[in-house]
Write a protein that binds this ligand. Structure first.
Ligand code: NAD
Length: 313
C-alpha cells in the first residue's frame, strides 16, 4: 500500500496502524511539513519503505514504487494555517497535479484510492453541524483558499476518475485532529496552547475565543479512515468528533490539565477563520460503524505528555 505524506502527523499514525495489521507500506514524503523523526521507530521494519520525493512532479522513479499497489492513500498536504501563508503554491500542487498523478496510477493499478480531504471544504459554514450534503461557504480568493479550494479540486478530481474511469475511490473529510507528532509551531490551536502552557507563557486566543472547533484525538481518526478504506464506500464521509468547544474553553482546559500558571490573552483573529465547526457524523456511524472513543481530557493529557518531553529537552 502507498501512503503519501507518510512522515506527517496523521499519516504516520496511519502507517503505524497499517503495519500493525501486517500490511506492507511504502511512504512517500518530501518532509516539507513532516519529519523523519515521526517514522524513525520504523527504520528497521521489514514491511516499511520510506521514499523521499516531491509528489508535485508525479511518482518518483524508485524501485519501491514500481510494484503494483492495492491501495493508495493520498494524505500528503501541508495542513496548518501557518502553512497556508508560507507554502501556498506547494499546497496547490500537492492537492492538484499530484492528486491527478496518483489517481492515474491508482486507475492503472486497479488500486483503491483514498484522499484525505478536510472540513475546510465547508469554508466558514452557514449550516451547523455540517453534513456531507452541504456544499460549503468558501472565499475563493481568501488566504485559506489555497487549501480549501485545492482540497475541493482534489475531491472533484477523485469523483471525475471514479465516474469516467471507474476508479475505486474514497473521500474522507477530516475535522480538527490532534495528538502526538504535531509540530509545536504549526499555528494550530492545540499545539500552540500546549506549548505556551508548558512554558508558562500567555495563551494567545484569537479574537474573542468564542469560535468553536470539535476536536478529535488522532487514534479515533485513524480508526475512522481505515474503516472507510476497508469499506466499499465512496463518501465523502466526515470523520471527527462532536466534542465541540470554544477556543477559550480549549485554552482553559489545556491550562488546567497541564497545571500551568499561564493566563489567557486575546490577539487579532485571522481572516476567514470559521466561526463554528462540528461534523454531522450520521454517515460515518451508519456506513462505517464509527464511534469516537477518546474524550478531550484523555486525548489532551496524552498530547500534553508528548509535548512536555520535547519542551523539556
Ligand atoms: P502534516 O503536514 O503533518 O502531514 C502531511 C505530510 O505530507 C508531511 O509529512 C509533508 O512533508 C508531506 N508532503 C506535503 N507535500 C508533499 C509533497 N509535495 N510531496 C511529498 N510529501 C509531501 O499534516 P497532517 O495534519 O498530518 O495532515 C495529513 C492530511 O490530513 C493532509 O492531507 C491534511 O490536509 C488532512 N487533514 C488534516 C487535518 C488535521 O486536523 N490534522 C484536518 C483536515 C485534513
Amino acid at each position: 500500500m502507498l501512503v503519501t505524506g507518510g512522515a506527517g502527523f496523521v499519516p504516520s499514525h496511519i502507517v503505524d496502524e497499517l503495519l500493525a495489521r501486517g500490511v506492507t507500506v511504502v511512504a512517500i514524503d518530501n518532509f516539507v511539513t513532516g519529519s523523519k523523526e515521526n517514522v524513525a521507530h520504523l527504520a528497521e521494519h521489514p514491511d516499511f519503505t520510506l521514499v523521499e520525493a516531491d509528489l508535485a512532479y508525479g511518482l518518483p522513479a524508485d524501485p519501491a514504487v514500481e510494484e503494483r499497489f492495492d491501495a493508495i492513500m493520498h494524505c500528503a498536504s501541508p495542513a496548518s494555517p501557518t502553512d497556508f501563508g508560507l507554502l501556498p503554491i506547494e499546497i496547490m500542487k500537492v492537492n492538484g497535479p499530484a492528486t491527478l498523478h496518483l489517481l492515474e496510477r491508482a486507475t492503472t493499478d486497479g488500486a483503491r484510492f483514498l484522499v484525505t480531504s478536510t472540513s475546510e471544504a465547508y469554508g466558514d459554514p452557514e449550516v451547523h453541524p455540517q453534513p456531507e450534503t452541504y456544499w460549503g461557504n468558501v472565499n475563493p480568493i481568501g488566504i485559506r483558499s489555497v487549501y480549501d479550494e485545492s482540497k475541493r479540486f482534489a475531491e472533484a478530481a477523485t469523483m471525475a476518475y471514479h465516474r469516467s474511469r471507474g476508479t475505486d475511490v474514497a473521500i474522507v473529510r477530516i475535522f480538527n485532529t490532534y495528538g502526538p507528532r504535531m509540530r509545536s509551531d504549526d499555528g494550530r490551536a492545540i499545539p500552540t496552547f500546549i506549548t505556551q502552557a508548558l512554558r508558562g507563557e500567555p495563551i494567545t486566543v484569537h479574537g474573542t475565543g468564542d469560535q468553536t472547533r470539535s476536536i478529535c484525538y488522532v487514534d479515533d481518526l485513524v480508526r475512522g479512515i481505515l474503516a472507510l478504506l476497508d469499506s466499499g464506500e465512496t463518501g465523502p464521509i466526515n470523520c471527527g468528533t462532536e466534542y465541540e468547544m470554544t477556543m477559550r474553553q480549549l485554552a482553559e482546559t489545556i491550562v488546567n490539565l497541564a497545571g500551568s500558571p499561564s493566563q489567557i490573552t486575546y490577539v487579532p483573529r485571522t481572516s476567514d477563520d470559521p466561526e463554528r465547526r462540528r461534523p454531522d457524523l450520521t454517515r460515518a456511524r451508519t456506513l462505517l460503524g464509527y464511534e469516537p472513543q477518546v474524550g478531550p481530557d484523555e486525548g489532551l493529557r496524552t498530547t500534553i505528555e508528548y509535548f512536555a518531553q520535547r519542551v523539556a529537552n
